[in-house]
Design a protein around this ligand. Structure first.
Ligand SMILES: [Zn+2]
Length: 634
């Protein structure tokens, strides 16, 4: 029986006889359009039953004929939404194709009401389904740009989604997926250009598509796509684990060469990725270098992107199910779980992950029911990679800042914009709240403005403690009066001359951005301090300063020598990666022991050493593959 007939039978069994239903395969989802409002509001409780019977995620939406005219719907919405919710009345988007209305409010929980009663009332009175978004108190330009772009392309996007849906739900040529092979296209025995092809006899899935920063040749910069004959045509899906450059920046390149299939990631990843890739394109343009793809290739990727919640199960190819779980690494980062056949094989790809709590995020998930094969990162997998714990790290950082300020100096913290910046802001906030730090001005500048706005838009994804603070105590640390978040300062000299302060600015390795400008102004005074909180790559200005250089040039300028007199510190322990012990604990605490562990994303010596430790401790087969190597796991 075809899938379509099966669906019809199930619907016939569960639905009342007189309802009108239109069935659509929208990418990985099955959408049912109906004229029966009680099905949409969930009063009948039918959607979960259908989902269970069909083993598919079901979306129930209103048919065109029951939707109230848009202007009228807008008036009804405005009258029903409580004033305290602070709805942005200029940002009400109607999706004519799906019958959905998108609302943005500063306090969306008030629109929801208890048990979604308010939402359902809007649906009842307007016939439009409500999709609710949190509008951050600091607005993100990139979120606005991405949203208005996707809303302008709805009908174009819908055609693509239907094509993707047909392909996902095609009749399988075999009953099962056959052999499962992992082909390592990048990120194997190296850090950078992460990319793994999971190839079965019936489908092909790409996990991550990154470039390698600082690569010397194009061959080293790109994943080894050339190894796979007709890769673009073969691919069923691309999954992006998180929005770091080395995991997502080759995605537009695949669209440039004709890929038009689905891309899966979490919603925060979509925005952060757009930010990171746009920034990369801007810098390449400024430096007059040729870009490997255009902005149009990026927007094309966005149109084909499906965002998933953690724990949501979707079909991405015949007999292949995908689920994303929290990786604790950066906002939106995920551990990828692929389920093949009915319990035939399970593969976990950790991406980058942190198996410990941070201030910002909860620890990575590992309670899988089954996980025969694991591809695990090993960035800090060496025996020497033991990081100080969070309390030690915090105490050390607070001590340095406090001493510098008390001696009349200023503190400069060059910062990675995604994740690390927010972790450090939370640390400073806590220090000031508990009177461990003097309450001097904290100046936050550069891309951190954007990334912090995106963090605020996704508060629900952050750690339990941050949520408690915001939702129970009503205190949002990121919008605290201690911080002055600015996009760009006209006169940094004025800032620096004003008295003791803490400056948190991009870039994290002093390769450019406001941090370099501040360094120039602060370097000559021995009372000042610079504190590094992230790894400094070789040949960067940050690395030279960290290594103790007393005379340096600024990036791109060879005329002026800067004498380094300020104090140089490095505060370890704020990393978003797991250290050696956390990597081993992650495996140890899995509910079932894996059969194969494949180690990637690390320097060869660290990965090999970690591999030996795993074999010895757990008696599991381990692999440290090279780029280009194929491992058959089933
Ligand atoms: Zn990462």
């Amino acid at each position: 029986m075809s899938l379509y007939d099966k669906i019809k039978n199930v619907l016939f069994e569960y639905l009342p006889k007189d309802v009108n239903i239109k069935i659509e395969f929208e990418g990985p989802y099955l959408s049912l359009y109906t004229d029966n409002i009680s099905l949409i509001t969930g009063e009948t409780g039918i959607a979960p039953k259908l989902a269970k019977a069909l083993r598919k995620k079901i979306l129930i939406r209103p048919l065109d004929e029951i939707r109230v005219e848009k202007e009228k719907a807008k008036e009804i919405i405005k009258s029903l939404v409580p004033k305290d919710a602070l709805l942005d009345e200029n940002l009400i988007y109607f999706d004519d194709i799906r019958g959905e209305v998108h609302l943005y409010a500063l306090r969306p929980s008030l629109i929801r009401g208890r048990g979604d009663v308010n939402i359902w009332e809007i649906v009842n009175k307007t016939g439009w389904k409500v999709i609710l978004h949190r509008k951050p108190p600091i607005e993100s330009d990139i979120m606005k740009t991405v949203d208005s772009y996707t809303f302008s392309k709805l009908s174009e996007q819908y055609k693509e989604i239907i094509n993707i849906g047909m392909r996902i739900n095609r009749e399988p040529i075999l009953e099962n997926v056959g052999n499962i092979r992992i082909i390592h296209l990048g990120g194997a025995n190296e850090v950078g250009r992460s990319c793994f092809l999971i190839s079965t006899d019936t489908s092909n899935i790409l996990l991550d598509a990154g470039l390698k920063p600082g690569a010397k040749t194009i061959n080293e910069e790109f994943p080894a796509f050339y190894l796979i004959d007709k890769l673009i045509e073969k691919l069923d899906a691309i999954v992006i684990s998180h929005a770091h450059f080395d995991h997502c920046s080759a995605l537009p390149y695949l669209f440039k060469y004709g890929y038009r299939g689905p891309v899966y990631m979490t919603e925060p990843t979509k925005y952060l990725m757009t930010l990171i890739i746009s920034d990369y394109l801007n810098i390449t343009q400024k430096e007059g270098k040729p870009a490997p793809y255009s902005y149009a290739d990026l927007t094309n990727a966005l149109i084909h992107t499906f965002t998933l919640d953690y724990g949501e199960v979707v079909d991405i190819a015949p007999n292949v199910k995908l689920t994303l779980y929290n990786a604790g690494h950066i906002l939106g980062s995920s551990i990828v779980h692929l389920h093949f056949g009915e319990g035939y094989h399970n593969l976990v790809y950790t991406g980058d992950f942190k198996y410990a709590k941070t201030r910002l995020l909860d620890q990575a998930f590992n309670q899988f029911k089954r996980n025969e094969t694991i591809i695990m990162e090993g960035t800090y997998g060496g025996p020497e990679d033991i990081m100080p714990n969070r309390i030690e790290a915090t105490n050390q950082l607070i001590e340095i800042i406090k001493n510098t300020i008390e001696n009349g100096g200023k503190v400069l913290m060059p910062m990675l914009a995604v994740g690390r910046a927010q972790e450090i802001l939370l640390t400073i906030f806590e220090g000031m709240e508990n009177n461990l730090l003097p309450k001097v001005p904290v100046l936050v500048e550069g891309m951190i403005h954007e990334t912090t706005a995106i963090h605020i838009a996704f508060l629900e994804e952050l750690s339990y403690e941050v949520k408690e603070k915001v939702f129970r105590e009503g205190v949002n640390p990121f919008t605290s009066e201690y911080f002055n978040l600015i996009k760009d300062v006209a006169d940094r000299k004025e800032v620096v001359e004003a008295g003791p302060c803490i400056i948190v600015a991009t870039s994290g390795m002093l390769t450019g951005g406001p941090a370099v400008e501040y360094f120039k102004l602060l370097a000559g005074d021995e009372k000042n301090a610079i504190i590094f909180t992230s790894f400094q790559v070789e040949n960067t200005l940050g690395r030279r300063i960290k290594d103790g250089a007393k005379e340096v040039y600024l990036p791109g300028e060879k005329n002026e020598i800067i004498h380094v007199k300020l104090k140089v510190y490095s505060a370890e322990g704020f990393s978003g990666h797991s250290d050696r012990q956390q990597l081993l604990n992650y495996l140890k605490n899995l509910p079932t022991k894996p059969k194969n562990v494949i180690l990637c994303h690390g320097e060869p010596s660290k990965l090999h050493n970690l591999s030996q430790a795993i074999r010895k401790d757990f008696h599991i087969s381990t692999y440290v593959p090279e780029v280009g190597e194929t491992i058959r796991v089933k």
